[in-house]
Every structure is written in C-alpha cells, then in structure tokens.
Design a protein around this ligand. Sequence first.
Ligand SMILES: CC(C)(COP(=O)(O)OP(=O)(O)OC[C@H]1O[C@@H](n2cnc3c(N)ncnc32)[C@H](O)[C@@H]1OP(=O)(O)O)[C@@H](O)C(=O)NCCC(=O)NCCS
Length: 173
Amino acid sequence: MKHDYYIEQSELVLKPLEFIDLEYLRTLRNKNRMFFVNKQKISKKNQEKWFKYYLTKEDDFMFSVVVGKITVGFLGLYNFTNDSAEFGRIVIDETAPRYTAARAICLLLDFFFEKRRLSAVVCSVLKDNSRAKSLYELIGFKKYDESESLIYYKTTKNSNIKTTKKLRSIGIL
Ligand SMILES: CC(C)(COP(=O)(O)OP(=O)(O)OC[C@H]1O[C@@H](n2cnc3c(N)ncnc32)[C@H](O)[C@@H]1OP(=O)(O)O)[C@@H](O)C(=O)NCCC(=O)NCCS
C-alpha cells in the first residue's frame, strides 16, 4: 500500500518503497531468488506490475532499508489479522554492515507491535536457508510448525521486547 512511515534509528532508516527503488529491488531479489518460495526471475515489466498492485493493497507495508543514505535492501510486513501480521520479503545486500538485517527487523517489529497493538508476528523460511534461520532465531523468533519445505516462526510482543533488550546489551541494536 502507499504509506508514509519513516522509521529511524541513528543512521538506519526504513523508508516507504517507491517506484525509483524497483530496479534495485529486482536486482537483489533476482540475485537471491533461490532463497524464496517463488524462484522465478522477475522482469522489469512484472516488477512494475507487482508494484502497481502493491500500492492498491490494504495493510501491506514495504520498506527500503537505508544505511547512511544508501539503500542496502528491502523488507515488508503484511497479512494482518486483528492482532498479528506476517514479516517477509527481506533481502539485504551482502555489502551492508553486519547486523543490518537484524536491526532493520527489530526496528520494524518494535514500531508495528506498538502502532498496531499486535500480539504476534509470524514468518516462514525455506528449510535450506540457514542464514535466514540463524537470523530469525538470533532476533527471538521461535519455530512453531514446519512443512516439507518450510519452517514457520513466530515472535510475540513480550519476547520481542526481551530480545530487543538483550540485543541492546550485546551492542547489536
Ligand atoms: C538473510 C539475510 C537477510 C541476512 O542479512 P544480513 O544483514 O547479512 O544479516 P545480519 O548481518 O543481520 O546477521 C544476523 C545473523 O544472521 C545470520 N547470518 C547472516 N549472514 C550469515 C551467513 N553468511 N552465514 C551464516 N549465518 C548468517 C547469523 O546468525 C547472524 O548473526 P551472527 O553474525 O552473530 O552470527 C541476507 O543474507 C539475505 O538477504 N539473504 C537472501 C534473501 C533471504 O534469504 N531472505 C530471507 C527469506 S525467508
């Protein structure tokens, strides 16, 4: 959806996804397509079509992840119910500073747990994506189910607050 949330923590900023970001999003996404359920290569035309549709969707928030004015990746929150939402579509360039993904996700979740009074956020990951599994576990997601190819993770508002405190104490946040 078209939104105007800017979420900042020192040099890290989450900005609403804009048309101008689409080529970089497409490049990063295509480069990492083996880590996503939909592994199809995305054409320029399909990326723009997806963006037009995204703008019309209720409660679908995509952000660019910006570090010191440079866009290094993307992430999103969508599939809202009364008190939960799904996190995903994350892709961060490998040249971004260490813990960019961890910090960006924590910042996003802190903001939405508060703003939308969510009690839980879920996400899913392909079983062979060990980087993403380690990342989600580091920031406090717990496995609650699995299918043949996917692991389903969940975090709650309270565990997110505890994780945020823990990561702050070890200097990640
Ligand atoms: C997964 C991804 C978002 C991680 O981004 P990142 O900014 O490198 O992650 P961070 O620097 O915040 O790393 C946090 C933790 O993630 C895990 N991790 C990140 N990169 C890793 C790697 N190369 N090998 C193993 N674990 C890794 C580690 O647990 C790391 O903590 P540690 O450094 O203390 O061990 C990024 O690699 C990516 O975009 N991958 C391709 C797309 C993708 O898999 N998306 C998720 C789909 S579910």
